[in-house]
Ligand binder design. Structure first.
Ligand SMILES: CC(C)(COP(=O)(O)OP(=O)(O)OC[C@H]1O[C@@H](n2cnc3c(N)ncnc32)[C@H](O)[C@@H]1OP(=O)(O)O)[C@@H](O)C(=O)NCCC(=O)NCCS
Length: 159
């Protein structure tokens, strides 16, 4: 059974381990190894920001993934997310987690739209987002540390 809960301080050690794993780092704009102190500061900042919801997804009491949600705009009831699996990829876990989080965003956060920025080279994530209902808005390049990075902007309307 899939359960979604808010991230607690007790989760932080594991969250940092997963966020710093090669596979997750390569999928992010910031690919640097994150230090414990930075991570703690980030969490505390999030705790003081009503627009941010950090979620842990458990399946049969074991954590399978992490989702960071940032509400963008109250008027348009939109948010953006960053989503990653804790350990195992490619076994349908991402899809199950994605659908569960979409339900949470709809029913608990009462938002109607999700945006995501996916690295163009992250073919699995592009396919994953399409599979769970996202569509491409446009393709753009942004500068990260003086390097140009190709991005797909994707969106999903929740009904
Ligand atoms: C993106 C992520 C959450 C997807 O979860 P997942 O469990 O790997 O994906 P699923 O097994 O549910 O597969 C969903 C779709 O992704 C694609 N996919 C999954 N694994 C794939 C692989 N090895 N090669 C190509 N496509 C793949 C397929 O289209 C698949 O649909 P299908 O099974 O019907 O063919 C997960 O891979 C992950 O955490 N990746 C690292 C972090 C990341 O990239 N996060 C997104 C940042 S924008």
């Amino acid at each position: 059974m899939i359960e979604i809960r808010k991230m607690h301080k007790d989760d932080l050690k594991n969250v940092l381990k997963w966020r710093n794993s090669n596979i997750v780092r390569q999928s992010m704009l910031n690919k640097e190894i994150i230090k414990w102190e930075e991570h703690l500061k980030w969490f505390e900042k999030c705790q003081n920001d009503d627009r941010i919801t950090n979620l842990i997804v458990d399946k049969d009491k074991k954590t399978i993934g992490v989702v960071n949600i940032m509400a963008n705009d109250i008027e348009s009831k939109s948010c953006s997310w960053s989503i990653y699996l804790a350990e195992e990829q490619g076994k349908g876990l991402g899809t199950a987690m994605g659908f569960a989080v979409i339900d949470y965003i709809k029913n608990i956060l009462k938002l109607k739209k999700i945006y995501v920025q996916v690295l163009k080279e992250n073919l699995i994530s592009v396919a994953f987002h399409r599979k769970i209902g996202f569509s491409l808005i446009n393709e753009t390049s942004i500068n990260v540390k003086e390097r140009s990075v190709d991005i797909f902007n994707m969106e999903m309307n929740i009904d």
